[in-house]
Ligand binder design. Sequence first.
Ligand SMILES: [Zn+2]
Length: 168
Amino acid sequence: MRRIIIVSPHPDDAIIGAYQILMKKASEIDIFYLESDFGCETEVNCLQQKTNVGAHHFEDRSLLRDALRSSVGEISHIIAPDPYWDTHLEHRLCGAIAIDVALVFGINLIQYSTRMNAPYVRPLEASVAEKKKDLLNFVHPSQESLWKYDYRFWLFEGNIQWIDQGCL
Ligand SMILES: [Zn+2]
């Protein structure tokens, strides 16, 4: 079966931006992370205690891009930050790489927002939002104050299918 790749510049981006897909399709998902200062491996291990996603780390963006390009035959969808709405430079750069690979190789591309400022972001059902908050607290306890005082990260979510060759 072809795999779904979530490009997650930092360890928390995949959960913040693509929680619903993550929960629905975990067994088909590999997350591509950039190395970061967040203590990535520990947090990724926590996520893998709760879901059976695959996880891969890349030390820089060019290695991430090469990995996407060399595995296009095995990829059904790339899910990546939306460079138009996201304000974080690293998210925008990773999102641009995903667009490039998806366009060149004709792969489905779904974009997500971590800033919750995009027009396709919607409130989550209350029960889903609570579970998302619980997962963020479990996987990323060092960011606890963020989840506690900035509700948008778990109350809202949205994505847009930008290159569509079959919905998820
Ligand atoms: Zn991030």
